[in-house]
Design a protein around this ligand. Structure first.
Ligand SMILES: Nc1ncnc2c1ncn2[C@@H]1O[C@H](COP(=O)(O)OP(=O)(O)OP(=O)(O)O)[C@@H](O)[C@H]1O
Length: 279
């Protein structure tokens, strides 16, 4: 069952355009939306949430139209942006009081237990918190009404590796329930490598591909060798090329390359960089 379906989404924003974006998020899975700065990831999430009005296309969440059933859908959605959009003079205690009135299923007990678990202070004003603290608070605010789908827009950008790891732990814990799903936009591909099941790659407002992480990492290989040896690799196998200390580094489609060539497993970051820059 798909919890989110985006079909032929188009949206013009100034000179930028999202063009015919389509992808599906299956229940119980995590999809990573990757792409360079300015590729259109945030705009897609904003269109899904109807914060940006789409020009055309169809978006359904839990099989319901995202505009027509917006209020109903919100109860089951947890949303985190890269900035915490709440008044800075409030404390976690104040926020509990506010969210309780917004969400029917708000769970104060869960919220306070998670604040304690992740060392987020209850009585401090948001403006006195570090960026890491604020992002942990943002995620806990998004989780404490027990949503079924999390939409996360660059939640780990600007965080140190320890806090990022803690955040991923929270998300992995959320995913232990198989009815839960996450759409997670990031250009920190390391994080996605840890938790994503599928990857949708956005480039200049278009979907370049959607693939499962495992097949993505299996389908591509990284070859390193001299410039001369590189000429033996069939050109249709080459996705991208860059100079290296050895001569040349190639990202190739494994299926078109003879097993005689030794290939390394690329990272998602390498797949992204070669696609964007190495053509
Ligand atoms: N209000 C706006 N007016 C004009 N152009 C905009 C506006 N908002 C976004 N854009 C443009 O839309 C494009 C896509 O931006 P978007 O924020 O969706 O990208 P992104 O992939 O999320 O990037 P990042 O990783 O930097 O957050 C960019 O070129 C941006 O300059």
């Amino acid at each position: 069952m798909n919890v989110l379906e985006v079909k032929n989404l188009s949206k013009k924003i100034g000179k930028f355009e999202l063009q015919n974006i389509s992808f599906e998020l299956q229940q119980g899975t995590v999809m990573g939306l990757i792409g360079q700065n300015g590729a259109g990831k945030s705009s897609i999430i904003r269109c899904i949430l109807n914060l940006l009005k789409k020009t055309s296309g169809e978006i359904t969440i839990f099989s319901k139209d995202h505009v027509q059933f917006e209020t109903e859908i919100r109860e089951d959605l947890g949303i985190v942006f890269d900035e915490l959009h709440i008044p800075e003079q409030l404390t976690a205690i104040d926020l509990d009081g506010i969210y309780k009135r917004v969400y029917g299923r708000w769970d104060s007990e869960f919220f306070f237990s998670q604040l304690e678990r992740f060392d987020v202070p209850k009585y401090d004003k948001v403006k006195t918190m570090s960026r890491g603290m604020k992002m942990k608070l943002a995620i806990l605010l998004a989780l404490s009404h027990h949503p079924k789908l999390l939409l996360l827009d660059e939640p780990t950008s600007g965080l140190d590796p320890v806090v990022r790891d803690e955040m991923l732990d929270v998300l992995l814990h959320f995913m232990e329930d198989e009815t839960h799903s996450i759409l997670f936009s990031s250009h920190i591909t390391n994080d996605l490598e840890k938790i994503a099941d599928t990857i949708t790659f956005i480039h200049k407002g278009e979907v370049l591909f959607t693939e499962t992480k495992d097949s993505l990492l299996y389908d591509y290989g990284l070859w390193k060798g001299s410039n001369e040896q590189a000429t033996e690799i069939p050109t249709h196998a080459i996705v991208g090329k860059r100079p290296s200390a050895f001569g040349t580094e190639l990202l190739v489609k494994r299926e078109y390359v003879s097993p005689a060539f030794s290939l390394e497993k690329p990272t998602i970051e390498e797949i992204m960089v070669f696609h964007v820059k190495g053509g």
